[in-house]
Design a protein around this ligand. Structure first.
Ligand SMILES: C[S@@+](CC[C@H](N)C(=O)[O-])C[C@H]1O[C@@H](n2cnc3c(N)ncnc32)[C@H](O)[C@@H]1O
Length: 269
């Protein structure tokens, strides 16, 4: 399946639409940094600390969305950061976000598909990716691309949902969402295998189960709370699907089948 055809984040990227504004307030309140994932600032603070990102680090953010997390990391650590993002709406928004924050020189955004990584080899000290990796069909190939553009001993860290789907057609139907294609879901174990096969050394895997449940429940509650406003923007079918998606996701977490994991790996010398 063509990744580009299956992806439409253009609605989510309109942060200021009436429905998105209501949803963002319900989900994040004063922790809204322009994220479009299950992260909050404490996740990024931990990520900066764990990966040692500082003023001398050049970071690549795969699937940078509207740039909120990249800009937060640049502000907190003074690093230089490049986002690669396939949605033109997202990139445009991210560039404006960087300019408004006075960070255009340190936070830049490239419009492109991460499967066709356009950077020279050994460019970045750290590569990050936040709730993006599970959309890729061939993750091992993506990891090889990351390995190529990372400097030796550089760190590749990504946060991703990992799901062990039951053999239940109804659950499978409910868990596909836009560009999230259930056949591409990985378990934490298969992610580790693919990282190693691509040439990475897996350093640490952190599982965020409790907080992942809180974040996903917040998304589901926001869809229920602002149902009418969301239906007006996104239509009834999509909205109903999202309500079922988040409800099913919480159930899978409770059954021990789903979680959000931070994988930290290193490129060998
Ligand atoms: C769930 S959002 C996360 C955005 C951002 N990381 C954040 O935390 O706010 C996933 C993002 O990945 C982007 N994406 C999906 N496939 C991609 C690809 N092949 N190359 C680059 N970006 C991609 C989507 O357009 C979307 O903005």
């Amino acid at each position: 399946m063509n990744q580009k055809e299956s992806i439409d984040y253009s609605e989510l990227h309109q942060l200021d639409s009436p429905a998105n504004r209501l949803m963002r307030k319900t989900i994040w309140g004063n922790q809204d940094i322009g994220q479009q994932s299950f992260i909050t600032p404490p996740y990024l603070d931990e990520l900066i600390r764990k990966t040692g990102i500082d003023a001398d680090t050049y970071v690549l953010d795969i699937g940078s969305g509207v740039g909120g997390p990249a800009i937060y990391i640049a502000q907190q650590s003074e690093c230089r950061i490049m986002g690669i993002e396939v949605s033109d709406v997202g990139v445009e928004r991210a560039r404006k976000f960087a300019a408004d924050s006075g960070l255009s020189d340190r936070a830049t955004f490239h419009l492109g598909d991460a499967m066709e990584m356009p950077f020279p080899e050994n460019t970045f000290d750290v590569i990050i990716s936040l709730n993006v990796i599970n959309v890729f069909e061939d993750k091992e190939e993506l990891f090889r691309q990351a390995l190529r553009v990372l400097k030796p001993e550089g760190i590749f860290t990504f946060l991703s949902g990992a799901v062990d789907l039951p053999d239940d057609p109804e659950v499978i139907k409910r868990m596909s969402r836009g560009c999230l294609i259930t056949e591409y879901y990985d378990t934490a174990g298969s992610y580790k295998t693919k990282l190693k096969q691509a040439g990475f050394q897996v350093v640490e895997v952190i599982e965020y189960v409790e907080d992942c449940r809180i974040q996903i429940k917040l998304w589901g509650d926001a869809f229920n709370k602002h149902y009418d406003a969301i239906v007006k923007e996104q239509g009834k079918e999509t909205t109903d699907h999202h309500v079922k998606y988040f409800d099913t996701y919480v159930r899978l977490i409770d059954e021990g089948r789903a979680g959000n994991y931070l994988f930290i790996s290193r490129k060998p010398k």
